[in-house]
Design a protein around this ligand. Structure first.
Ligand code: UD1
Length: 366
């Protein structure tokens, strides 16, 4: 059978890695192709990840780049349709909630191709987030909805979606456990703890300039007591410098990091400040307290026992939460709700077993 995975942004390259490892086990039966829409195009947001994660180079690089949501989605949709028509895959895999996900499900579903949505059922219940729109549509159109936790299964059920829904756990857990098994964690040079690890990239955060300025001033003040390590997403680069803040020398604004380095910094951090969905969950998996600069989260289980605290862009809440996170007792009850690290195995096994009646395609590469 032939499977095509569609990716485009940094977190999707990471989610693709454990699935690719699993698919290699089926290389005699399954031809796997990769389409990269190129939504993330800087080397340190894209190409470097393919090398680091040992991913095969994409079979199709669409070079979509920056643009409005309609531009990114529309351009990718057109190009993906052409590829799907000529490749005629049996199955398409899409990941998460980016514009690449949306283009992928739209193109595949109109060609009647079966679709797996990895990380299905996540909801923030905030439709101002472009990602929320993308998730809702992907979940409506997918054939198989592979959820990372029970909350996601419940979210789908309350929207009347139960057919093809499976709680398989989170593929990011697979990737973290794989990294641990490779022993790469201890090998890099790290700043001496304690430090705060911080990331920002959301559209909503970047648009709320006044609040963001207050937040950055607060974190800059904090960095006088505990260093902050802040790999800056390209979206935020100019915004952060335009806020006219005299950043202290312990507020380390650095280039975007690779995946292993990110996990290394995270694992050794005193706590995390972020507006990223993925990092909140990775912090929880690694038992690192997290302060989230949003008012809602898709990963609601991380909030139990204050492992994760939602503060929005409210600086009084931020100060209290940072204080709590600094002194947080890491023996606090914690449940590993995101699976055992075998999500990719379950996903690929399910697709291959259930779609095996489809005609085989010969494939020139593995
Ligand atoms: C996207 C996804 C989000 C995901 C995030 C991970 C959507 C709607 N959002 O958000 O779900 O969590 O990726 O980072 O798909 N830019 C560069 N170089 C790059 C990439 C981006 O300079 O390699 C700049 C561009 O000016 C672009 C801006 O960053 O306009 C934002 O990038 P964009 O692709 O729109 O979305 P993200 O914020 O990265």
């Amino acid at each position: 059978m032939k499977i095509i995975s569609i990716v485009g942004a940094r977190p999707q390259f990471i989610k693709l890695a454990p699935l690719c490892r699993e698919l290699r086990l089926y290389k005699d039966f399954v031809c796997h192709r990769i389409i990269n829409t190129g939504q993330h195009y800087d080397a340190n947001m894209s190409r470097d990840f393919f090398c680091e994660l040992d991913l095969p180079l994409p079979d199709y690089d669409l070079g979509i780049g920056s643009g409005t949501h309609a531009e990114q989605t529309g351009k990718a949709l057109e190009k993906i349709e052409v590829i799907l028509k000529s490749e005629a895959p049996d199955h398409v895999i899409v990941f998460g909630d980016t514009n690449a996900t949306l283009s992928g499900v739209l193109a595949a579903s109109k060609l009647n191709i079966r679709i797996s949505h990895i990380e299905a059922g996540l909801r923030s219940f905030n439709r101002k987030m472009p990602e929320e729109i993308n998730r809702i549509i992907a979940d409506r159109l997918a054939t198989y909805l592979f959820c990372p936790d029970e909350t996601s299964v419940r979210n789908l059920s309350s929207e009347g979606i139960s057919k093809g829904v499976f709680n398989v756990g989170d593929v990011m857990v697979d990737q973290i456990y794989y990294l641990q098994s490779q022993g790469t964690f201890e090998s890099r040079e790290l700043p001496r703890p304690p430090y705060i690890f911080m990331t920002l990239h959301r559209q909503e955060t970047s648009l709320a300039l006044e609040e963001l300025r207050e937040v950055m001033i607060t974190i800059n003040d904090l960095s006088n007591h505990i260093p902050v390590i802040f790999p800056v997403h390209p979206r935020m680069k100019n915004i952060i410098s335009s806020l006219s803040i005299d950043y202290g020398r312990n507020f380390n604004r650095i280039e975007p990091l690779g995946y292993t380095e990110t996990i290394n910094y995270l694992k050794n951090a005193q706590y995390v400040i972020t507006d990223s969905g993925g990092l909140q969950k990775e912090a929880y998996i690694l038992k690192i307290p997290c302060v989230t600069l949003r008012t809602e989260t898709e990963w609601v289980d991380t909030l139990k026992n204050n492992w994760n605290q939602l503060v929005g862009l409210d600086i009084s809440k931020l100060k209290v939460a940072c204080n709590n996170a600094f002194t947080f007792d890491r023996t606090t009850a914690h449940t590993q709700v995101y699976g055992k690290g075998d999500a990719s195995k379950k996903i690929i096994n399910h697709i291959v077993t259930h779609d095996k009646t489809y005609p085989s395609h010969m494939c020139s590469t593995s």
